[in-house]
Structures are given as C-alpha cells and as structure tokens.
Design a binder for this molecule. Structure first.
Ligand SMILES: COc1ccc(C(=O)NC2CCC2)cc1-c1cc(C(C)=O)n2cccnc12
Length: 121
C-alpha cells in the first residue's frame, strides 16, 4: 500500500483497478506477471525495446499514468506482441500470448465497459 495520502481516485483509475485482475486471471501460469529478464530469456533486452508486464501496468495505474482505457489497452497489446516477437510460434510463451491477446481484448472492448469511459472526441 502506498504511503501517499489517499487522493481523490478518478473514475477511470477505479475502472482500471477492476479490469487488471480480470486480465491477470487469463495468465494462470504467470508468464506475464513480471518483467522478463535476460537470465530467463537470452538477449531479451536487446530484442525487445519496450518491455511490458502486468506488474508494470499495475504500478502505472497506481501512479495514475493512464489517461484513457486505450492507453492501458495499448500496453496490454504491447506485452502480448513482445512475446510473439521474441518467442517462436511453437513455444508455450507465444501460444499463451496469442490466446491472452484475444481473450484480453474482448474484456477491454466489450460494450459494457465502453460506456463508463467516455472518449474525448
Ligand atoms: C516472467 O516471465 C516468466 C516467468 C516464469 C516462467 C516459467 O515459469 N517458465 C516455466 C514454464 C517452463 C519453464 C516463464 C517466464 C517467461 C515469460 C516469457 C515471455 C513473456 O516472453 N518468457 C520467454 C522466455 C522464457 N521465459 C519466459
């Protein structure tokens, strides 16, 4: 828990705090829970220029760094695409990323979420 005094939490931050666990549950083996290190994935940091993982996304929500649902969606897509870039198609990681991308995007774009996040036209 952060030591900061509890400042007013905008509606979007509350929504994202609800959505993130829903996405994390789609990664039961927790391949996407933490940053991928060069020790478990050789040369990862030289191949993937913009790493992303759920713990980083959680921190960005808490630091109120997402201004729209689309920005969180972009990080989620980046995370999945990184795994489909670094790993070969026949690996557990590539397959998990492909499945996560599809099921996760359905959660993020499903109509019942949209109305709560008016996009500034
Ligand atoms: C935080 O990342 C991980 C954490 C745990 C594991 C893991 O438990 N791997 C076991 C399944 C066979 C070994 C794998 C990963 C992992 C994710 C990834 C991704 C997301 O590309 N990765 C790529 C190559 C090697 N390992 C991984």
């Amino acid at each position: 828990t952060s030591l900061r005094p509890r400042q007013e939490r905008p509606a979007l931050q509350k929504l994202l705090e609800l959505l993130l666990p829903n996405l994390e549950q789609k990664d039961p083996r927790q391949f996407f829970a933490w940053p991928v290190t060069d020790s478990i994935a050789p040369n990862y940091s030289s191949i993937i220029t913009k790493p992303m993982d759920f713990s980083t996304m959680k921190q960005k929500i808490e630091d109120n760094q997402y201004k729209t649902l689309q920005e969180l969606t972009d990080d989620f897509v980046l995370m999945c695409n990184n795994a489909m870039t670094y790993n070969q198609p026949d690996t557990v990681y590539y397959k998990a990323a492909k499945r996560l991308l599809h099921t996760g995007l359905r959660t993020l774009t499903v109509d019942k979420v949209r109305p709560y996040v008016p996009t500034i036209s």
